[in-house]
Design a protein around this ligand. Structure first.
Ligand SMILES: [Zn+2]
Length: 493
């Protein structure tokens, strides 16, 4: 397996520390409000990685934390005249509702920052003892001394000078260096506080992830990740304080997913341009949202729009409508299941195309092994669906025909499991999608039939019939797009 490592800026062969076992720590959410779709992208990206690693036979321990104390939580508590505990509890429940709605299972371990304060204090003590940390003033904040850690900047690929030149730095008389970051924050009156050797206070943000990840996964993690926006300063700081404390490499492979944008701008609370997961799920089926999130490579930026969700919906309809036809076939021929005879020939497909149908699992696994390329993996599934539709249009009497299609159906559902797609009963799903989505004036099955007919017309150079079909579909608000991989359709937006 190849995984792109942010630290080395290249794809590397994946080798976990302990054969057969993988530890993954993904930074979780700060629970002060409902989560937006950008958080869903993060959770789905790591969920799919975990699913693929398990499919490859690894025993995966997946840890995802809750940041349940921070400035925003305290502010929200003040604004709503409640306690920080109540704010955290409320939005942890909200997050869990969203995950359940999206069908994302919980991580094995979901630690809360406030339940790991002793572990954080222990790391800070080691850092102070080793000279990597200092208290700015009696009873004041404790800082990490960035100048003492030679590798500072290696994750984000910048020197201390670069960072300083690029950052807006507030002058703080208590800091030795403007980039020194807070490990322990002295509490102000009225703020939540925990006792510590440096006076009452609360942890800085970065220290919590070092403490929780190392507690559950050991001093060196196999995989650690989050959004691209966490590389600096969050992960740079985690790396520095963890390696300074243990003297060991903190993470073997750093994974960062691209951000979700709206009209090319980052979706974020602070910019005010976001849709909560709940808002999006009110309009689109959860599986459509999942499909939209994984139909791009996890490291690519992903732009949210109604049109993009509409396309995801149309694509999912195509997958399920073919599955529905295969399911019907299975009901007609109970008990027949692959593997298909290798010598089966069908008028509708070449031997090479039949081979591509049968080797879908290998090609899918190859795409997922290549830095979790879900976009490519889905591309192979769509190719299989196109070939299958052609077979379905040309029923053959040979016994191999039914066995081949049974095998294809089994593979689509089985590979869908890795992406957490295609696990629903096709007819129920098609009904749900039609009800939730735009009113289609024509059934997906009929669209697929016309696309196949048009492809044949084009092969036979019957351009008049091909144009007629395109026009016919256009009148029903269906746009066709011819790509090197075949023809796709979507509802006009
Ligand atoms: Zn973190």
């Amino acid at each position: 397996m190849q995984i792109y490592n942010t630290l080395t800026r290249r794809k590397e062969t994946f080798e976990p520390q302990h054969p057969g076992k993988v530890g993954l720590y993904a930074c979780g959410v700060t629970v002060y409000d409902h989560c937006h779709l950008g958080h869903a992208r993060s959770c789905v990206a790591f969920e799919v990685m975990v699913r693929h690693l398990r499919r490859r036979g690894y025993e995966v321990t997946w840890v995802r934390n809750y940041t349940d104390i921070d400035d925003k939580i305290i502010r929200r508590a003040h604004e709503t005249h409640t306690s920080w505990e109540a704010v955290a509890e409320r939005y942890i429940s909200s997050f869990q509702e969203d995950m359940a709605a999206l069908g994302i299972p919980p991580a094995q371990i979901e630690p809360k920052a406030t339940e790991h304060i002793p572990g954080m204090l222990e790391i800070i003590r080691i850092l102070v003892d080793k000279g990597f940390a200092y208290q700015g003033a009696p009873g004041g904040d404790v800082y990490f001394r960035v100048g003492k850690f030679p590798g500072y900047g290696k994750l984000s690929g910048q020197s201390l000078e670069d960072i300083q030149a690029g950052a807006r730095i507030e002058i703080d008389p208590h800091k030795e260096h403007p980039l020194d970051f807070v490990l322990w924050k002295a509490s102000k009156p009225g703020e939540p506080a925990w006792p510590s050797p440096w006076g009452p206070g609360r942890p800085g943000w970065h220290i919590e992830c070092s403490a929780m990840s190392m507690k559950y996964l050991g001093e060196t993690l196999d995989l650690h990740g989050g959004g691209l926006d966490l590389i600096f300063p969050h992960h740079e700081n985690e790396l520095a304080q963890s390696e300074a404390a243990t003297g060991k490499p903190f993470v073997r492979y750093w994974l960062h997913h691209g951000l979700l944008t709206i009209d090319q701008e980052k979706m974020s609370k602070s910019l005010g341009n976001f849709f909560t997961i709940k808002e999006v799920l009110a309009r689109f089926h959860p599986e459509v949202v999942r499909f939209f999130l994984i139909n791009s490579h996890y490291r690519s930026p992903l732009d949210f729009s109604d049109a993009a969700l509409g396309e995801a919906e149309a694509a999912l309809l195509r997958l399920y409508s073919t599955l529905g036809r295969l399911e019907d076939l299975r009901k007609h021929y109970p008990g027949v299941r692959g593997p298909a005879p290798a010598d089966f020939t069908a008028a509708a497909l070449t031997a090479e195309e039949i081979d591509r149908l049968l080797t879908l699992p290998e090609r899918f696994a190859g795409a997922m092994d290549d830095d979790f390329n879900t976009a490519q993996a889905l591309g192979y599934m769509f190719e299989a669906v196109r070939l299958t539709n052609r077979l379905l249009e040309h029923p053959a009497a040979e016994p191999g025909y039914v066995a081949l299609l049974a095998e294809v159906r089994h593979n689509l559902v089985d590979l869908g499991y890795v992406l957490n797609l295609l696990q629903a009963e096709p007819q129920e799903m098609l009904a749900a999608l039609r009800q939730k989505g735009a009113e289609l004036k024509i059934s997906p099955q009929e669209i697929e039939r016309l696309i196949t007919e048009r492809a044949e017309a084009r092969t036979n150079k019957d351009w008049a019939r091909a144009d007629e079909i395109r026009k016919e579909l256009s009148e029903m608000d269906i746009t066709l797009e011819d790509t090197p991989q075949g023809t796709t359709w979507r509802v006009k937006g």
